[in-house]
Design a protein around this ligand. Structure first.
Ligand code: HXC
Length: 257
């Protein structure tokens, strides 16, 4: 596909989305968010792709929403624009999304990272919600997703503070899964994505759905939800294949059906 602000490529069964507006540190304008969404949705429908990897070109992952673009907005123009419908759809992606973050990961860029299922970061990554310095606040899930990840008190400290946090802090708080030296980050992330792409895809996606459910609903409701997904997998060819292969002491060939 022809994109203006992102680049896509596949590596085996991994669909890669590159944020590609490096002269403004990948500041996210609305068209760019729409392009990211289009790429995610295309990969989600593509049976040859099993895992999505999101990373940034240039010296940053993303330094936030495009400030120039929103500077003149008002409440009514934003309501009519309904840009966050695209953000909501980003989080409906069924396949796993791995984020590989280096350099600045700020504001809307941080919110985009928080949409990813797992985050790997370079040791130079810096995280912040600087919105407060602009007289506003996060609007694409920052106050909600960060709070669910690190708790109320720390989230308030980060979002009121607006200042930069290191990737080491982000790992310690559970925002980031793994840290790598900058020149190894992408290699390690793609390696992980490849391994994940060899796992039975239906199980992978139903696990994603169930774990995300746990963040949102009371335990018993989540338990019922988990059970339905568990049962559903017993209608798959991959369940038959996986268990048969175990019995026959051979390696399973998963098809995603
Ligand atoms: C538009 C941006 C930008 C942004 C950087 N640039 N961030 N343009 N929107 N968010 C542009 C700069 O204007 C500059 O363009 C070029 O990128 C390089 O940036 P510099 O400032 O020259 O680089 P540096 O000195 O290294 O400083 C990096 C920085 C700083 C600390 C990240 O750029 C900065 O503070 N940026 C804004 C960060 C921010 O406030 N993000 C939150 C946005 S609000 P020129 O043309 O001068 O070379 C938000 C709300 C989300 O995200 C709501 C939901 C969508």
């Amino acid at each position: 596909a022809d994109y203006q602000y992102i680049k896509t490529e596949t590596d085996g069964r991994v669909g890669i989305v590159w944020l590609n507006r490096p002269d403004v540190l990948n500041a996210l304008n609305r068209k760019m968010v729409y392009e990211i969404l289009s790429a995610f949705e295309a990969y989600d429908r593509d049976e040859d792709v099993r895992v999505i990897l999101l990373a940034g070109k240039g010296r940053a992952f993303a330094a936030g929403a495009d400030i120039e673009e929103m500077a003149e907005d008002d409440a009514v123009s934003m309501e009519l624009l309904n840009q966050f419908a695209d953000w909501d759809r980003l989080s409906l992606t069924k396949k796993p999304v791995i984020g590989a973050v280096h350099g600045y990961c700020l504001g809307g860029g941080f919110e985009l990272a928080l949409v990813c299922d797992l985050l790997f970061a370079a040791d130079d990554a810096q995280f912040a919600f600087p919105e407060i310095k602009l007289g506003v606040m996060p609007g694409a899930g920052g106050t909600q997703r960060l709070t669910k990840l690190i708790g109320k008190s720390r989230a308030l400290e980060w979002i009121w503070g607006g200042d930069m946090h290191t990737s080491k802090e982000a790992v310690e708080l559970g925002i980031v899964n793994r840290l790598y030296p900058k020149d190894l980050l992408f290699k390690e992330a793609i390696q992980y994505a490849r391994l994940l792409s060899e796992k039975p895809p239906l199980a992978v996606r139903l696990i994603k759905e169930a774990v995300h459910k746990a963040v949102d609903v009371p335990l018993q409701e989540g338990m019922y939800f988990e059970r339905k997904n568990f049962y559903l997998l017993f209608s798959s060819e991959d369940q038959k294949e996986g268990m048969q292969a175990f019995v026959e002491k051979r390696k399973a060939e998963f098809k995603g059906r």
